[in-house]
Structure formats: C-alpha cells, structure tokens
Design a protein around this ligand. Structure first.
Ligand code: SAH
Length: 346
C-alpha cells in the first residue's frame, strides 16, 4: 500500500524542530522550513534554497505541501479580480480582490459551499461540501496579496471573511488562519484590518467573544423583524433575533468593540417604515455601525433592489437617531464577484 504523505503544514514550529532532531539534524532546520512554509508562502520543497539538496529531497519523499492553485482569474472593469481557487482535492472555492484608490481588500471563503440557506445568496445553492483548512484560507490571502503587489504595487491592506461559507461554522480553522495571517511567523497583518462576517450563530458569537479577538465582527442582519428574517434567512428559526441580541450584548460586554450590521434593502420585503423602525430599535442594543449594501442579482425574481428613496429613508432615519450608516456600492458585478454572487460560475 502506498503511504499517504502527511501535509507538512499541519505541523507547528515546535513539532518541525522536534522532527529534525529525531532525524539527527539540527532543530533550527525546523525553523527554516517553517519560515518557508508560512512567511515565504513556499509551495514546493525545491524552493527552500537555504536547505541542502539532500534535505529538500528527503522532505519531498516524506511530506506534501497541500496548496491551492488559482485556476482561473476574471478581472472586472472596476479592477476587482475574482479567483477560482482549486483545492488539493479538486474542489473549488472563490476569492475576490477588491481595490480602491487607497486600499486593497481580500474577500476570502471559509467553506466549500455553505450550510446556511439565505434565499438571496448564490452560495446557498451549493451544498456545503467541507470546511477549508487554515492553510487553504491563508493561501487565498497570500495569492491576493501577490495580486495586489503586481497590479497595484502595494500589499494587501484589509481582509473580509465574506466569501463562501459561514466562518463561525468553521470556527477553529478560521481562527487558526487569522493567527497565521496576523502572526509574526506569518504575514504580520494587523487584526484591526480583518473583519469576520457571520449570518448570526449566537452560540459561536459568544464563544468568539470569550476568545477576545482583536479583529472586527460583522453581522448580516437584513431584517430586524423575526417573521421577515425567517423568510429570507430560514435558519433564523433556530437562531431568533432575541438570541442574536443576547449574543451581541455578550460580545460587547467582553470585547468593548462595536459590530457592523450588513443590510440589503429589497423592494416589497424590508422597505417600509416598520422595517426601518425595527432596525433603529435593533441598533440600540449595542454600539454599532450599519452598512447598507446593494443587492446583487442572483437571477431570482423574488428579490429586487429597493428604490433609492427607500434606501435614503433608512439612511435619514438612522442618522436622525445618531447611528453611523454607510451606503455601499457593489464592485465586480460584471464578473459575478460581488457579495452573494459567489457560486463557482466563472
Ligand atoms: N456567511 C457569512 C459570510 C458570507 S456572505 C455572512 O452571512 O455574513 C457575505 C455578505 O454578503 C453577507 O452580508 C450576506 O448577507 C451578503 N449577501 C449574500 N447574498 C447577497 C446578494 N445577493 N446581494 C448582496 N449581498 C449579499
């Protein structure tokens, strides 16, 4: 039987050091390999040029470096790039590079498909196949950092976990990937520039609060009325708004940081005064910020972007109560790279 080689990136730095000692070599070789794997993002043992040829061959005989491959890249007229990312087992996810004049944001996936069932999201139509490993998330970030350097002569500045999947349902791997992205042994990015977005899984929001992360949290709210939210986000049945509010209070209590609410306004769904009033009430729960995002069509006639007047009414009313609100325009729509459009269509 053929031995299945172990992915060397599943080793911690200490484990790698110990491995080299076991092989009768010096421990610092483990540091060197670790640095190649994470800081330098090497995908091939051949590239580890400060190791001897023999050591490189030995590692290649005993390990693999599972890694992603950007299979296909689409570039929008606004500069947004959508990557079809092939995983080592042949599955595909998508990641997006979003450039603005001052920053480059990476939008990364955390799962292949999604187990939640938001009616307005294209990813929900793909069933959840599996969670991504920490290195598969990390690699998406590294690939976009390289794209940012080559297209815009600057490193990646921000990361949002708003690609495919529900990050809080792949908790451990997402946290491990962020540790690597922010760690000195990885990319050393500031956690303040990272935002994890959740559809609202109360138990996991509380767990996250307990872990006192330094990154930002966003909640995809879309309606502050249970009966309406359950129609567009059916899992709301299990996680009603009262539980989400409770988790938000817990979050604020532990972390002292505000949460961003993402909100799309749809015609005939959540465009009335009653909806606005409910959101205003919801905003009183903890310090927050509202991002009103544009609906990106996924070929479903139940959903249509609300009128400018309806969005303006939200903005006015939230402002009147002193809440921070941003109205966001979508990017990358011409290549189906905008929020909720990721469905491996390319
Ligand atoms: N599961 C996580 C992260 C992925 S979705 C979450 O729900 O937050 C990223 C954002 O895109 C969410 O705010 C989601 O509600 C939004 N979204 C999904 N489909 C959309 C669509 N068709 N148009 C605009 N935003 C959409």
């Amino acid at each position: 039987m053929k031995d299945i080689k172990k992915d060397i990136r599943s080793y911690t730095q200490d484990e790698l050091r110990a491995y080299f000692v076991e092989q009768g070599q010096q421990a610092f070789r483990g540091n060197q390999v670790y640095e190649w794997l994470w800081k330098k993002g090497a995908h091939y043992f051949e590239d580890m040029t400060n190791l001897s040829k023999e050591t490189r061959a030995f590692l290649k005989d005993h390990f693999v470096i599972n890694h992603i491959r950007v299979d296909h890249m689409q570039r929008s007229t606004d500069g947004t790039i959508k990557n079809a990312v092939k995983l080592h087992d042949g599955l595909t996810v998508e990641s997006v590079m979003i450039p603005t004049p001052t920053r480059t944001t990476a939008c990364v996936s955390s799962q292949v498909g999604c187990s939640l069932n938001c009616e307005f999201c294209a990813t929900a139509r793909l069933k959840r196949m599996r969670n991504l490993n920490p290195d598969e998330i990390y690699d998406q970030v590294v690939a976009i950092d390289q794209q940012s350097r080559s297209y815009h002569n600057r490193p990646l500045s921000n990361i949002v976990f708003m690609g495919m999947g529900e990050p809080l349902m792949n908790y451990n791997n997402v946290i491990k990937s962020i540790d690597k992205i922010t760690g000195d042994d990885g990319l050393g990015m500031s956690p303040k520039r990272i935002t994890l977005s959740t559809s609202g899984v109360p138990k996991m929001m509380k767990k996250l609060a307990d872990d006192r992360p330094k990154f930002n949290l966003a909640l995809s709210l879309h309606s502050a009325i249970d009966e309406k939210r359950v129609k567009i986000m059916p899992f709301n049945e299990q996680f009603p708004l009262e539980d989400i509010k409770d988790a938000l209070r817990y979050w604020y209590d532990k972390t002292g940081t505000r949460v961003t609410y993402e909100y799309v306004v749809w015609k005939g769904i959540n465009d009335t005064k009653e909806d606005i009033d409910a959101l205003v009430e919801f905003c009183k729960v903890i310090p927050c910020k509202v991002n009103i995002i544009e609906y990106n069509s996924i070929d479903d006639d139940r959903f249509e972007q609300a009128s400018k007047q309806a969005v303006d009414a939200y903005e006015r009313e939230l402002n009147r109560f002193g809440f921070i609100v941003n109205v966001r325009r979508s990017r990358g729509k011409d290549i189906d790279a905008a929020c909720g459009q990721l469905a491996n269509k390319s």
